[in-house]
Design a protein around this ligand. Structure first.
Ligand code: S3P
Length: 440
């Protein structure tokens, strides 16, 4: 059987690249980004920002892109829409992050009309979760197709403040409300049931925005208060670390292919994203943090991962899910290689991603010979220590399903028939080449 050996610098973090691009709209002058991810999703954000009046040059380097943005500043953008700028049409492609974050920014651009649309997958995803709270702040909206989904028109308004106890632990919804709150005329507070990735808070604090914590009042670890922004932010430079969600495929591959040992350079290890590391460690995998440092307010390190002699089964609880929501699909493959029953509960959000990941994953694992029990909010895998393979691996054009399928193919006893690989371009265009570069 093959194994993975060597060192790799993974592509730039997708969540952080979206934020650096979109938050540049708040700055008057220049924002430089290095290490940015250039993929289908982040290009959708870049294109949308050009429509808001930002200009940018993009230079693809060997690892990550250098992006230089010149922004008129949020004050001028607000003035332009108040003076009757024409409607903007945003094609967000496959990118839920572009659609939801940009909606938060545009909600406070009074006088503006913004039409948001996307591909077939994005048109199926829930947008009520942002449009209802944004409308409570005063923004107007109407669905142009199916209720609750894109395409929709958002009308920017003078926003008032508000207080939100969200039912869903979503960093995208939190970010949309923070961005809207910066344009409101009184504070916005927002909390989630469980802790979510806090890239937005870290990036905005790095840019000089005062975002407070209201934990004392709310008695939760994840309550924030955003105050109105009355001026432009100053120019800044973002260095984007590697994407832990992209690393998850190599971490899992190294865990299930005996004899593997891989170093992943310059990886962002935001505590809201590290469940994949915690779970693999619980399963017996050695993962070391090397050269720990802080870059632009984010924890960063090199990761060393080594295959264990055997993998142990484990359980993922509802509270843990948000910090591994994008990596649970890859972890489910590791569960098949553990001895015993592993479970995931409280993960109904998996149904709401680029595909219904709960259904596709469990169908694919069953098709590859794994005993899987499916619940409404999760699943259980009865690991046998190997993957029989031999089945069809469906992706529904979901990038993460395609990449897991490629890893599963390496580890399966019988070949898998993978539906497609092209969707990798959404988050990791050179995934196949990088995976091959580590194969021994
Ligand atoms: C993201 C948050 C998560 C994640 C998505 C990116 C972000 O979505 O699944 O890939 O950049 O904030 P939710 O906020 O819907 O949980």
């Amino acid at each position: 059987m093959v194994l993975l050996r060597g060192t790799l610098a993974p592509p730039g973090d997708k969540s952080m690249t979206h934020r650096a691009l979109i938050f540049a709209a708040l700055v008057k002058g220049r924002v430089d980004i290095d290490g940015a991810l250039l993929s289908g999703d982040t290009k959708a954000s870049a294109l949308a920002l050009r429509k808001l009046g930002l200009s940018m040059t993009i230079e693809q380097k060997e690892r990550g892109a250098d992006i230089a943005i010149v922004s008129p500043g949020i004050m001028e953008i607000r003035r332009t829409f108040a003076a009757g700028a024409p409607a903007c049409l945003f094609d967000c492609g496959n990118s839920g992050t572009t659609m939801r974050l940009l909606s938060g920014l545009c909600a406070g651009l009074a006088g503006g009309s913004f039409v948001f649309d996307g591909d077939a997958s994005l048109r199926r995803r829930d947008m009520k979760r942002i449009l209802l709270p944004l409308s409570e702040l005063g923004a107007g909206f109407r669905y142009l197709g199916a209720e609750g989904c894109a395409p929709f028109e958002l009308k920017g308004e003078r926003l008032k403040g508000g207080d939100f106890n969200l039912l869903v632990s979503s960093a995208q919804v939190v970010t949309a409300l923070i961005l809207a709150g910066l344009s409101a005329d009184s504070p916005v507070t927002v909390s989630t049931p469980y802790v979510v990735r806090d890239h937005t808070v870290r990036a905005l604090r790095f840019m000089g925005v005062d975002i407070g914590s209201t934990n004392a009042v709310r008695q939760t670890a994840n309550a924030l208060i955003v105050r109105p922004l009355h001026g432009d932010l100053a120019p800044c430079r973002f260095s984007i670390p590697g994407d832990i969600s992209s690393c998850a495929f190599f971490l899992v591959a190294a865990a299930i292919l005996p004899g593997s040992a891989v170093t992943l350079l310059n990886v962002g290890v935001n505590p809201g994203r590290t469940l994949v590391i915690e779970v693999l460690r619980r399963m017996g995998v050695q993962i070391d943090f090397l050269n720990e440092r802080e870059v632009c307010g984010e924890p960063v390190c090199d990761l060393f991962v080594q295959a264990p002699a055997a993998l142990t089964a484990t359980d993922i609880t509802a509270e843990e899910v948000p910090s591994g929501i994008d990596e649970i699909p890859a972890l489910s493959l590791a569960f098949a290689f553990a001895a015993g029953r592993s479970t995931v509960r409280g993960a109904g959000e998996l149904k709401q991603k680029e595909s219904n990941r709960l259904k596709l994953l469990t169908d694919n694992l069953q098709g590859a010979g794994v005993a899987v029990e499916v619940y409404d909010d999760g699943f259980a895998v009865q690991g046998e220590g190997y993957l029989a393979g031999g089945g069809f691996w469906r992706t529904d054009l979901d990038h993460r399903l395609a990449m897991i399928g490629m890893v599963a193919s390496l580890a399966a006893r019988q070949p898998l028939m993978l539906e497609e690989k092209e969707s990798c371009a959404v988050s990791y265009p050179q995934f196949e080449a990088d995976l091959k570069s580590l194969l021994v």
